[in-house]
Design a protein around this ligand. Structure first.
Ligand SMILES: [Zn+2]
Length: 238
């Protein structure tokens, strides 16, 4: 238990806490800066999608903060209400007649369009990641319970089945990294092509980099947990 707290729990909380704080503060900073793109969030998403030949991809609002995502099964790009509202940039009492898109909102939307393009091009890492989804869901849901039950009941076979399942969940978090970084690379090219250069491009890069660190944190904590489970099953000889 002490080992779990020292080796898994504390590092996990530290890494994920740091990544979450970084995303929040970077997003807050750049959501106050005008991208110079004279569109609201939905028009901007539509424009980018159409430009990439993705006019079949639909756009929907979705509630929450940083919940923006692309759904490859439904071919839907979901824009969070936070990003959509932020597109109505409110700079201390100044109300503009035209909708203004913040640097942060533009970066997030462009990133999701990057995922839509990865899906359209059937990029191999995206396809691999999608293929692991069912195993990963099993791995992060039931597998830890199989491991714990197997260890306590001393049924090693059961614990190993659980460990393999959890391994799929770990693999998923690592397959996510190149997909996320690839989408951000595309996003930067998109916003650059729309005139977001200099400081604004730096801002977009900062927002996307901070978001990428949350996925790195997720992969690291999944790996730590996996190693701890493996030690529970194979390492303890008491
Ligand atoms: Zn993404």
């Amino acid at each position: 238990m002490i080992l779990y707290i020292l080796v898994v729990l504390i590092p996990t909380l530290a890494i994920t806490g740091w990544a979450a704080w970084r995303v929040k503060s970077t997003y807050a900073k750049w959501s106050k800066v005008d991208s110079g793109i004279n569109m609201d969030a939905f028009d901007f998403a539509r424009r980018l999608l159409d430009k990439q030949g993705l006019s079949h991809v639909r756009i929907e609002p979705t509630p929450g903060t940083l919940t923006d995502h692309y759904d490859p099964r439904g071919k839907i790009l979901r824009v969070s209400t936070q990003v959509a509202d932020a597109s109505a940039l409110s700079t201390a009492g100044v109300t503009t007649s035209a909708p203004r898109l913040s640097v942060a909102a533009a970066a997030v939307i462009a990133h999701e369009v990057g995922h839509a393009l990865q899906d359209e091009r059937k990029e191999p890492m995206m396809a691999l990641r999608q293929a692991i989804v069912p195993a990963a869901q099993f791995g992060s849901g039931i597998a830890p319970w199989l491991i714990i039950a197997g260890v306590f009941l001393q049924v090693t076979g059961l614990a190993i089945v659980g460990l393999i399942g959890f391994g799929a969940a770990v693999l998923f978090t690592f397959a996510t990294l190149p997909v996320e970084i690839g989408a951000s690379g595309k996003a930067l090219a998109f916003v650059n092509g729309l005139g977001m250069v200099g400081d604004k491009q730096t801002g977009a890069r900062d927002v996307l980099k901070a978001a990428a660190w949350t996925y790195v944190a997720g992969a690291l904590t999944a790996l730590l947990t996996f190693l701890y489970y493996a030690w529970l099953i194979f390492g303890r000889r008491d």
